[in-house]
Design a binder for this molecule. Structure first.
Ligand SMILES: [Zn+2]
Length: 189
């Protein structure tokens, strides 16, 4: 399964809203190969999520790892969401650190709703409906934003928390969870 190139901020594909995946396309080999390649690319880059526009495919599709902070990341379930709708639940936004495979080496504090309801299709075209909270909800919102040409920096309220990962680790972490789409060891973060 080939690993695809991840586009970096500045590439217009990252600012272009993606088209929905058609019913007939959903069962095609092309989409199945794309999903496999995206999972492989995400894992190889050390990320916990990857959206199709990040590899230059303008489709409403993203993959992510349903990471549980209490379990090793290798055990996290791989999820594929196609044509997703993401509705935030009401409540105070929660701030946490995010990074992005398309904005390598930078971290920032991003407010997000703590819980979301998700409607989507899985890779077989079956309907999914579920509620996600906390870290999983953050990953989903980050990836969903990519389908609309939005990146995490756009969501920051205060750009003064923007930091390179080495400085972030040195000065800004106090036992926090690893930021979305990155891990300390993965420079591609
Ligand atoms: Zn991202």
């Amino acid at each position: 399964m080939p690993i695809r190139d991840i586009l970096r901020l500045g590439h217009p594909a990252l600012r272009t809203p993606a088209s929905s995946v058609g019913d007939t396309d959903l069962q095609s080999d092309e989409i199945q190969i794309l999903v496999d390649d995206m999972l492989e690319t995400m894992r190889s880059a050390g990320g916990v999520g990857l959206a199709a526009p990040q590899i230059g495919v303008s489709l409403q599709l993203f993959v992510y790892l349903a990471v549980d902070v209490d379990r090793p990341r290798e055990d996290a379930e791989e999820k594929v969401l196609i044509n997703p709708a993401v509705e935030p639940e009401a409540g105070e936004p929660v701030y946490d650190w995010e990074g992005c495979l398309s904005i390598p080496d930078l971290r920032g504090l991003v407010p997000r709703p703590q819980a979301v309801r998700v409607h989507a299709l899985d890779r077989e075209g079956s309907k999914l409906e579920f509620r996600a909270t906390d870290y999983e909800a953050r990953i989903i919102q980050h990836e969903f934003d990519h389908l609309n040409g939005i990146v995490f920096v756009d969501r920051m309220r205060d750009l003064r928390s923007l930091a390179f990962s080495a400085e972030w680790e040195r000065y800004m972490t106090e036992g926090d969870e690893p930021p979305v789409e990155s891990e300390a060891a993965a420079e591609a973060g």
